[in-house]
Write a protein that binds this ligand. Structure first.
Ligand code: ADP
Ligand code: MG
Length: 198
């Protein structure tokens, strides 16, 4: 399965979600970010490359975490959209994020790939509902998932992905384990959508 995680907006959770998704699915993590997340096994694509290098595009299982450059979609994003099985656009609930999400959606629609949106990093359920309503009215039947504000992402950036893969269901970690399960359920549903589109 090849996943493209992208948005024209920074700070919406592309990298956090991509790192977790790649760990859960055993996929190679690949990014165009100049400061990749602190994980052991990342591949960084240089900014000056117009396309995703062929050896990476041909990987069986990969998560492409591709940020946009200013208001233009990096040409690598359009390229990845052509060969990835499913496109994931994370968003926050504020109006600038929603606008950027809809713009990203519009630009990537031509690729003809299934697109899913993840409303990410929210605390307020009302803001979540408002964002969801706004998205639904614009993108109709597009699947929309939710990942609320979680300390899990901080733990992973601090303690590394090895920690995530090794956490046990012990008392102190019970809540985090539940969060991991919820996130993984989202990733599994997205994977199923990608499989159907193949
Ligand atoms: N669901 C979440 N809960 C808590 N913090 C989050 C969540 N998603 C992202 N963050 C935090 O927000 C910041 C931006 O996330 P990041 O994944 O780097 O976004 P992007 O890759 O889109 O720029 C990071 O500090 C990250 O830890
Ligand atoms: Mg990032």
């Amino acid at each position: 399965m090849k996943y493209l995680v992208t948005s024209m907006k920074g700070g919406v959770g592309k990298s956090s979600i991509s790192v977790n998704l790649s760990a859960h699915t055993g996929s190679q993590y690949i990014t165009n970010d100049i400061t990749p997340p602190a994980i052991e096994d990342f591949i960084q694509i240089p900014l000056n490359k117009k396309k995703i290098p062929a050896d990476l595009a041909q990987l069986e299982n990969a998560v492409f975490d591709l940020g946009a450059l200013s208001t233009l979609l990096d040409t690598k994003i359009a390229h990845a959209a052509r060969f990835c099985d499913v496109i994931i656009i994370p968003t926050r609930t504020d109006s600038r994020s929603i606008a950027a999400t809809l713009k990203t959606y519009e630009l990537l629609q031509d690729a003809g790939k299934p697109i899913v949106i993840i409303i990410n990093h929210f605390r307020d359920q009302k803001k979540h509902e408002a964002a969801r309503d706004q998205l639904l009215s614009a993108v109709g039947r597009t699947p929309i998932y939710s990942i609320r504000e979680t300390t899990l992402f901080d733990r992973i950036s601090r303690d590394g992905i090895a920690w995530l893969l090794n956490i046990q269901n012990t008392k102190g970690l019970y809540m985090l384990q539940k969060t991991v399960q919820k996130h993984n359920a989202v990733y599994d549903r997205i994977t199923a959508i990608g499989e159907r589109g193949k």
